[in-house]
Design a protein around this ligand. Structure first.
Ligand SMILES: [Mg+2]
Length: 155
């Protein structure tokens, strides 16, 4: 997915890394409207769901989704998320998250989207994000309708 942002940069995104709890899920349940958007984006991007899986529900909730689900020990999720981003190449990744354990991923991703929804968001993460949105659906729509993204980031 190529997105030219005038006066800012050109994005060449191949992969989308998604945090699970608080980002695409509330109380461990995937938000309504997320699945269909991920399916659409999966036609153009490799989708990863990266999670400490606080509720133990991520794999079951993502069943049948065109996404690679990675779960990590709760206390080291931050480093595991970054490791996967580095392996793909941060300059080819967009990521979306809400928690402190997303900060290392946000540091190096070509595009970072902070989500402030029902489970809240880590304040410093939002300060690191390229754009912040109020829901995962809105965040995924930035990639489905890139003019929204361009409007927020152009110089
Ligand atoms: Mg989270």
């Amino acid at each position: 997915m190529k997105i030219e942002i005038p006066g800012c940069r050109e994005l060449n995104i191949t992969s989308l890394l998604l945090d699970y709890n608080g980002t695409i899920a509330v109380d461990g349940i995937m938000r309504r409207g997320v699945r269909e958007r991920i399916e659409k984006l999966a036609e153009q991007l490799d989708i990863y769901v990266l999670t400490a899986d606080t509720h133990g529900t991520a794999r079951a909730q993502c069943e049948g989704l065109k996404a690679a689900v990675h779960t990590f020990p709760v206390d080291h999720a931050m480093d595991h998320k970054r490791e996967i981003l580095d392996r793909i190449g941060g300059d080819r990744c967009a990521c979306m998250g809400n928690g402190r354990n997303d900060t290392k991923m946000f540091e190096k991703a070509a595009l970072s989207i902070g989500v402030l929804d029902q489970e809240g968001a880590y304040g410093r993460l939002l300060a690191m994000a390229d754009l912040c949105v109020c829901s995962a659906e809105d965040g995924l729509d930035l990639l489905l309708y890139p003019k929204r993204l361009i409007a927020g980031l152009r110089g």
